[in-house]
Design a protein around this ligand. Structure first.
Ligand code: NDP
Length: 240
């Protein structure tokens, strides 16, 4: 039987491309999502991939959701923590709710999913966890103290958990995407986006499939000696 891979936020954008790629690579893929039922249904109808709705920022919902997947599909051996949101604004205008919600979903979601799946991976002595960080967690970004802090937290979380999983056959890695052409980036005002693209050495936004290829490698048997690492996929932007 093929390994079961859960991709959070798997029904749109980067997560959608990751699901498709892992399916092509022979995994039994499950896509989690947060609330957009229409997008999830369209995705599932098109790909045949099972979709499960729960809020990754809700600890109990994560435990229950993963238990349901395990009973209906099988033991979860691969987790891609991809679900994420933005609530941008400069600090002096950012509400506590905007801070909290981004931390709860983007960073808390990684903890919740690991709590639900890491013990099983330890018992079975094999696992792959890939956390989707961001170039803005590495470099910071004006108007994103919440998002940059959460993504930076993901990079630290990755290195700490990698050390805990290393002797149990579990690798934990992060990918730090640059600007990728998805709904999230479509929300960035055009003049701001033009300035951002001007700073990307390859001169364009990335495609979701370009992130999915990196995830696929980190989830593969071939990547067993790669752990605690961050793969930067950003058209060279990390150099500036
Ligand atoms: P999208 O906004 O296109 O898709 C986000 C996905 O996450 C959706 O499937 C959404 O579900 C899901 N989601 C949101 N909140 C929750 C929640 N509480 N619980 C479960 N699922 C949830 O985002 P992208 O594809 O652009 O981004 C994917 C990841 O990549 C994010 O972590 C983002 O921070 C990161 N990233 C993106 C970059 C970019 O340029 N696009 C750059 C760097 C990092 P639903 O459809 O139900 O809302």
């Amino acid at each position: 039987m093929s390994r079961v891979a859960v991709v959070t936020g798997g029904t749109r954008g980067i997560g959608r491309a990751i699901c498709r790629r892992l399916k092509d690579d022979g995994f039994t893929v499950v896509a989690n999502y947060g609330g957009n039922d229409d997008a999830a249904k369209a995705f599932s109808d098109e790909t045949g991939i099972a979709v499960y709705k729960w809020d990754v920022g809700d600890h109990e919902a994560c435990l229950d959701g993963c238990a349901k997947v395990e009973s209906e599909v099988g033991p979860i051996e691969v987790v891609v923590n991809n679900a994420g949101i933005t609530r941008d604004g400069v600090l002096h205008k950012m509400s506590f709710d905007d801070w909290n919600e981004v931390m709860r979903i983007n960073l808390g979601g990684c903890f919740n999913m690991a709590k639900a799946t890491f013990p099983g991976m330890r018992e079975r002595k094999w696992g792959r966890i890939v956390n989707i960080g961001s170039i803005n967690g590495q470099a910071g970004q004006y108007g994103q103290v919440n998002y940059a802090a959460a993504k930076s937290g993901i990079h630290g979380f990755t290195k700490a958990l990698a050390q805990e999983g290393a002797r149990s056959g579990i690798t934990v890695n992060a990918i730090a995407p640059g600007y990728i052409d998805t709904d999230m980036v479509a929300a960035v005002p055009e003049p701001v986006l033009e300035k951002i693209v001007a700073k990307i050495p390859v001169g364009r936004l990335g495609q979701a499939e370009e992130i999915a290829r990196g995830v696929a490698f980190l989830c593969s048997e071939d990547a067993g000696f790669v752990t605690g690492s961050t793969m930067s996929i950003n058209g060279g932007q990390h150099m500036y």
